[in-house]
Ligand binder design. Structure first.
Ligand code: SF4
Length: 53
């Protein structure tokens, strides 16, 4: 159940960042070379793996 709320929260934050035309990595808990190997880091504007810090 908490997973659902976490997903909703992460999606709302992503939408707000998108509206601001910003980069989602800036507020992502995985924004570090050790924790994220996605090539678009740190300049992703959308990401399926995003989780708010
Ligand atoms: S998981 Fe996605 S949003 Fe998070 S740091 Fe990596 S690329 Fe950026």
């Amino acid at each position: 159940m908490m997973e659902i709320f976490k997903k909703i929260k992460n999606n709302i934050i992503k939408i707000l960042i998108k509206l601001d035309n910003g980069f989602v990595c800036d507020t992502c808990r995985f924004n570090h070379p050790n924790t994220c190997s996605n090539p678009q880091r740190p300049n992703a504007k959308d990401c399926e793996d995003y989780e708010h810090k």
